[in-house]
Design a protein around this ligand. Structure first.
Ligand code: NAD
Length: 357
C-alpha cells in the first residue's frame, strides 16, 4: 500500500525519536512492499521560531491532506515565558481540534522483562499488566468557558467543565469496542458523587453498557482509581474517562510501568486519520544528547499502522521486535533500573530494533 504520513518532529528529543521511528517504518515498508511518503511540517517551539505561530496553517493543511500524523513532542524552557495561547503546547490542542480527534488511546503495559524498572513491589506487578486508557480529548474542563471575575474573596479565576450526551456516548463506544478486542472489561472513571458532568457521564455509560452485554462493566470514582492503579493495576483492562481525569491517570499508569519513554498513544476521530505520539514531552534535560528512549515513538508508529492504515500484521511485527530487544536485555538509560552495564544510546537502541525486525 501507499500512504502519506505527516511528520511533526517538534522540539527537544522530538526529532531524535521521530527519526528512529521513520527508520523502523521504512524498514517495515521494505519488508512488506509498502510505500510510505513522509512529509515534515513545523509544530511547537520550532514553528514559533520560524513563523511566529506554534501551529502554522501549512501544518494543519498538511496534516489534513495526509493519511495519518506522527508527532514527536513540543515545548521547552526557551518558550516557557510566552503567554498561554502563544506557547508551543497550545499547538497540541489546536491540531487535535483541527483533525477532530476526540479519542486518546493510551496503553500502559508493563513488560515482564522490565519488572525491575517499575516502582511497584514485585508481588503487585508479577506477570506484568496491560491497561488501555481511553481518554476523551476534545471536551471537558480543558475546553470549557474560563476567565477571571470578582468573587467572594476578590479577583478569582474559573474554568468550567461541560459534557454532552453525544460526547460521552461516542467515547464510551470506543471504550466498549476496544474492550471487545481485549479481555472485555471496562471501568468507567468519574466523580459522580460530586460533579454533575460525572453524573451524566455515569448514566450515559450505564445505558451504553446494556448494548454490550459481553463486556463486564464497572464504575469507579477517580480518587479510588488513582489508588487502585498502584494497589492492584492488574484488575484493569480498559479504563474510560474524561479529558482531565484521563490526563492525570494515564501519567500515573505510565509511571508504574517504569518508563515514560516506553509508552505510545493514538488520537483518533471518526475516520481513519489519526495522530500518533509518545506520551512523554520533549525532555529538554536530555535533548540533543542521543540519550532518549525511542521505544514510545516507535510503538506509536506501530499503533499508526494498526489503527490508521489497517496493517495489523506489520504493527505486530514492530511490537514483537521491541519485545525481543527488551528480552535480550538491551536498555536505554531510562529503563536500566538496577541493571549493570552502560545504557544504549537512542541510535543504538534503534539499530537493535531494526535488527530484530
Ligand atoms: P517530559 O516527558 O519531557 O520529561 C519528564 C522526564 O522524563 C525527564 O526527566 C525526561 O528526561 C524523561 N523522559 C521523557 N521522555 C523520555 C524518553 N523518550 N527517553 C528517556 N527519558 C525520557 O516532561 P516535562 O519535563 O514535564 O516537560 C518538558 C517539556 O515537554 C515541557 O515544555 C512540556 O510542556 C512539554 N510536554 C510536551 C508534550 C507533548 O508534546 N505531547 C507532553 C508533555 C510535556
Amino acid at each position: 500500500m501507499k500512504a502519506e504520513i505527516a511528520l511533526l518532529k517538534g522540539d527537544g528529543i522530538g526529532p531524535e525519536i521521530v527519526d528512529s521511528t521513520v527508520a523502523v517504518l521504512e524498514k517495515t515498508a521494505q519488508i512488506y512492499g509498502h510505500e510510505f511518503v513522509f512529509k515534515p511540517y513545523l509544530i511547537g517551539g520550532c514553528a514559533i521560531d520560524a513563523t511566529g505561530q506554534p501551529l502554522p496553517e501549512e501544518t494543519v493543511n498538511g496534516c489534513l491532506a495526509s493519511d495519518c500524523v506522527l508527532l514527536g513532542a513540543v515545548g521547552g524552557p526557551k518558550w516557557d515565558g510566552l503567554a498561554g495561547d502563544k506557547r508551543p503546547e497550545k499547538a497540541l490542542l489546536g491540531i487535535r481540534a483541527a483533525l477532530g480527534l476526540y479519542t486518546n488511546l493510551r496503553p500502559a503495559k508493563l513488560y515482564p522483562a522490565l519488572r525491575a524498572a517499575s516502582p511497584l513491589k514485585d508481588e503487585i506487578v508479577e506477570g506484568g499488566f496491560d491497561i488501555m486508557i481511553v481518554r476523551e480529548l476534545t471536551g471537558g474542563i480543558y475546553f470549557g468557558e474560563r476567565g477571571f471575575r470578582e468573587g467572594r474573596y476578590g479577583r478569582e479565576a474559573f474554568d468550567t467543565e461541560a459534557y454532552s450526551v453525544t460526547e460521552i456516548e461516542r467515547i464510551g463506544r470506543v471504550a466498549f469496542n476496544t474492550a471487545m478486542k481485549r479481555s472485555r472489561r471496562v471501568c468507567s472513571v468519574d466523580k459522580a458523587n460530586v460533579l454533575e458532568t460525572s453524573r451524566l457521564w455515569r448514566q450515559t455509560m450505564h445505558r451504553l453498557a446494556e448494548e454490550f452485554p459481553d463486556v463486564a462493566y464497572t464504575d469507579m470514582f477517580v480518587d479510588n482509581a488513582a489508588m487502585q492503579l498502584v494497589r492492584d493495576p492488574r484488575q484493569f483492562d480498559v479504563i474510560v474517562t474524561s479529558n482531565m481525569f484521563g490526563d492525570i491517570l494515564s501519567d500515573e499508569a505510565s509511571q508504574i510501568t517504569g518508563s515514560i519513554g516506553m509508552l505510545p498513544s493514538a488520537s483518533l476521530g471518526d475516520g481513519t486519520r489519526g495522530m500518533y505520539e509518545p506520551i512523554h514531552g520533549s525532555a529538554p534535560d536530555i535533548a540533543g544528547q542521543n540519550k532518549a528512549d525511542p521505544i514510545a515513538a516507535v510503538l506509536s508508529g506501530a499503533m499508526m499502522l494498526r489503527y490508521s492504515l489497517g496493517l495489523a500484521e506489520e504493527a505486530d511485527r514492530i511490537e514483537r521486535a521491541v519485545d525481543d530487544v527488551l528480552n535480550a536485555g538491551f536498555r536505554t538509560a531510562d529503563i536500566m533500573g538496577s541493571k549493570q552495564g552502560s545504557p544504549l544510546t537512542c541510535t543504538e537502541m534503534t539499530e537493535r530494533i531494526l535488527e530484530a525486525l
